[in-house]
Write a protein that binds this ligand. Structure first.
Ligand SMILES: NC(=O)c1ccc[n+]([C@@H]2O[C@H](COP(=O)([O-])OP(=O)(O)OC[C@H]3O[C@@H](n4cnc5c(N)ncnc54)[C@H](OP(=O)(O)O)[C@@H]3O)[C@@H](O)[C@H]2O)c1
Length: 378
């Protein structure tokens, strides 16, 4: 292990030529300011949002490995059609990794910073695929006694997003919710929150294996979008729960429209009188992921009382403010090993993260195939 004065950092560079290059660079660790700490990062997950920056829509069938075992380089072609969307990042070597956890090895002079010396902390702020990260005290959270960096690595993005969904549901006047790609890491957390808090949750999955995962956790409503009876199954679950808000991680294709259609049918089942404009029950779908990058298709069979919008964690947190964020963070800390536990299939070093065989697995974003990077492994 190095002394922390410098360390490796994973970078993603998209060149104007359309070539994506992933590599490791050695960077000096800056001196911490008064209110900063230096964290030796020991665990950081590879989530779909990290993959969006790391690889994005690059054509990985063209991927080539070069460099050395200690300093691997991966290159791949970015399809011509998406280059225009990438204008803002061209020829910029970008660090990756939204969140992580590790041990504080050096601090600034403030009391709050010094109190963290030697502590195991969870961190947010980007550039986590790195050996040493300098962070403001407000961007780290001391983990509860006995929690390891691996326990705390996914403490922010998925837990706060799942909590953000139930908060949004309440704030916007809905009483139950729908979630898609529902056996995801985030979806499993959402089920545990809803079971604990007594909130109705309709899970949409695309296989029996995913349904089994959720039933094992205790999920009551799980519908399979590949079943012939999908629309009927979804409508029945919506009637029972009264869910009128959905969070859709998939985004592309027909699903968002199907959810609104079933919500409209469910609302009309209990409507007292017919309206040619459709039901007056407000129905909302928030698209919060892009697992399917095709266009969103809405065949508008659901009246005119509906909305489809985007939902992103950062603006939501800005909206609720520091006191509420603190309350949600405390809940995550208290339930880190239960409600918000994440599971990983492999722990890899920065070099192993750039092995083509590993990229082929984690870039699939499959259920239960999450990788954890330990930048200081070995
Ligand atoms: N907006 C925000 O602020 C925010 C914050 C956090 C997370 N997110 C989003 O939340 C989602 C879940 O994240 P996670 O870390 O929990 O994911 P994860 O554990 O890696 O799971 C991904 C899930 O998506 C499914 N999936 C992948 N491609 C799909 C497709 N084309 N159609 C349908 N299902 C598909 C997978 O099922 P299969 O095994 O069947 O492929 C798997 O169950 C991601 O989309 C992420 O970007 C958004």
């Amino acid at each position: 292990m190095s002394d922390g004065k410098s360390g490796l950092q994973l970078r993603s560079l998209l060149k104007k030529s359309g070539e994506l290059e992933l590599s490791l660079v050695n960077i000096p660790t800056p001196e911490p300011a008064d209110d900063e700490v230096v964290v030796r990062i020991e665990a950081t997950p590879i989530n779909p949002s990290d993959l969006g920056l790391l690889i994005g829509p690059a054509d990985m069938s063209t991927a080539k490995a070069s460099g050395t075992r200690d300093a691997p380089v991966v290159t791949a072609k970015m399809p011509e059609a998406v280059m225009r969307m990438m204008a803002a990042r061209l020829d910029e070597s970008l660090p990756v990794g939204n969140e992580g956890a590790g041990v504080v090895i050096k601090t600034g002079s403030s009391d709050a910073a010094r109190a963290l010396m030697g502590k195991t902390v969870a961190c947010i702020g980007g550039a986590m695929y790195t050996q040493y990260r300098v962070l403001k005290v407000r961007d780290v959270m001391e983990l509860p006694a006995g929690a390891t960096p691996a326990d705390g690595a996914s403490w922010f993005v998925n837990p706060l997003t799942a909590l953000g969904m139930t908060e949004t549901m309440r704030r916007e006047g809905h009483k139950a919710l729908v979630h898609t790609a529902a056996a995801s890491n985030l979806g499993q957390m959402l089920n545990k929150i809803c079971i604990k808090d007594g909130i109705g949750l309709v899970n949409i999955v695309r296989s029996k294996e995913q349904a089994d995962i959720l039933h094992k956790i205790g999920a009551k409503y799980v519908v399979d979008s590949t079943a012939a009876s999908f629309m009927d199954d979804l409508t029945a679950a919506l009637v029972e729960t009264g869910a009128t808000i959905a969070f859709d991680a998939i985004g592309g294709g027909k699903l968002a429209g199907q959810i609104l259609t079933c919500m409209e049918i469910a609302a009309n089942k209990t409507a007292k009188e017919y309206s040619r404009y459709g039901s007056n029950v407000y129905k909302q779908v928030y698209i919060y992921g892009s697992l399917d990058t095709r266009p969103t298709e809405l065949s508008r069979a659901f009246g005119l009382t509906w909305g489809v919008g985007g939902w992103l964690l950062t603006p939501f947190l800005q909206k609720i403010g520091p006191a509420e964020i603190g309350r949600l963070r405390q809940r995550v800390a208290a339930e880190l090993k239960t409600t918000f536990a994440s599971h990983y299939t492999q722990v890899v070093s920065l070099q192993e993260t750039l092995q083509l065989s590993n990229i082929a697995i984690y870039n699939k974003r499959s259920t239960g195939e999450k990788f954890l990077i330990n930048p200081n492994k070995g």
